[in-house]
Design a binder for this molecule. Structure first.
Ligand SMILES: [Zn+2]
Ligand SMILES: [Zn+2]
Length: 103
């Protein structure tokens, strides 16, 4: 009986980049599970994401950055002061209307 050598290298079994079939993949995108090469991999926070998924995440990152900018305490304090002043003006106007109308 003749057994063929099982250790024959098969190139198509090696992981290849989804964007560059001629390049070897070094990781897998955690979002779409596609193999990605070193150029396509853009590790953010230690997580491999392909270029397409990073672009999909870009608006979310900008949105989160906007939220962080809006949460500055001095900005919220300014809003509270403006609200108090506005509410006080309305209270004074209503008080004057009630005083004049009820007289
Ligand atoms: Zn991906
Ligand atoms: Zn690639």
């Amino acid at each position: 009986m003749y057994y063929p050598p099982p250790a024959a290298p098969q190139p198509f079994l090696r992981p290849q980049c989804a964007q560059h079939p001629d390049r070897e993949a070094i990781g897998i995108c955690v979002v779409c599970r596609r193999p990605i090469c070193a150029e396509c991999s853009t590790p953010i926070e230690g997580i491999n994401r392909c270029a397409a998924c990073v672009q999909a995440l870009a608006p979310v990152a900008e949105f989160e950055a906007t939220l962080q900018r809006d949460e500055r305490p001095e900005l919220r304090l300014g809003n509270v002061v403006a609200l108090l002043v506005f509410g006080g003006l309305i209270f004074l106007v209503l008080l004057g209307v009630t005083y004049c109308g009820g007289g």
